[in-house]
Write a protein that binds this ligand. Sequence first.
Ligand SMILES: NC(=O)c1ccc[n+]([C@@H]2O[C@H](COP(=O)([O-])OP(=O)(O)OC[C@H]3O[C@@H](n4cnc5c(N)ncnc54)[C@H](OP(=O)(O)O)[C@@H]3O)[C@@H](O)[C@H]2O)c1
Length: 245
Amino acid sequence: MTENSTAKKKTALVTGANKGIGYEIAAGLARLGFRVGVGARDTGRRDDAVQKLRAEGLDVFGVPLDVTDDASVAAAAAQLEEQGGLDVLVNNAAITGGVPQEPSKVSADQVLRVVDTNVVGVIRVTNAMLPMLRRAGSPRIVNVSSTVGSLTLQTAQAEAVGPISGAYSPTKSYLNAVTVQYAKELAGAGILVNAGCPGYVATDLNGHRGTRTPEQGAAVFLHLATLPDGGPNGTFRDEAGTQPW
Ligand SMILES: NC(=O)c1ccc[n+]([C@@H]2O[C@H](COP(=O)([O-])OP(=O)(O)OC[C@H]3O[C@@H](n4cnc5c(N)ncnc54)[C@H](OP(=O)(O)O)[C@@H]3O)[C@@H](O)[C@H]2O)c1
């Protein structure tokens, strides 16, 4: 590959990409020809992920990134700016906040921690990356949400969508709401902003009880990251198609 064609490659950033679904989104985007920033807060796990992806011949680089830390997010944006900008942002990093999760039992600190990572973290990272995305040719913002955040599914289905949750699930509802607002604000700028659900995936997040592989979970986000210009904006989907908010 010539130096010129390398310079024209699109760049993607995936937050929380050292393991689980984020790792597979990073791998999938790199296999599609993106240069991928592996965003991760833990140095050792980030280096391991980068090394493993490079061993596959993929064009990836590590981006130190704690989505709850303004300075870390600013440094990540500066790094990407220095390396030529950003075309695709995948907001994947999240935590559950642990147990208990029942609304009557969660503590204020627990809820604030989950909101700070799963919602404010997305806003913090998105706003820091937006100047670069606004300059990109076909910019995309992909938010990794969950059907547990769909109030329609939570209330319409006889069987519960996920366990009762006073911290994690509401942050995904909030994230869905934020996705809609970004989509409305950025529609004129040609930036497509969409959210997706990976399904129930076996990762550390759920003690590997999920029934799908991280690679299967990543597929919907690869789709949203590579939507054509004029494609859907402000939508929520899983592998079965569009889902209600
Ligand atoms: N697994 C499922 O069934 C499922 C279903 C629906 C939606 N999701 C969503 O899928 C996404 C990925 O989850 P996963 O299942 O792959 O879980 P995971 O294996 O626990 O991965 C979560 C990732 O987020 C990172 N992270 C957490 N807090 C962070 C912070 N403050 N700054 C930067 N990175 C941070 C973690 O990094 P560390 O290694 O440093 O902790 C890790 O890389 C999440 O948004 C989750 O809500 C998962």
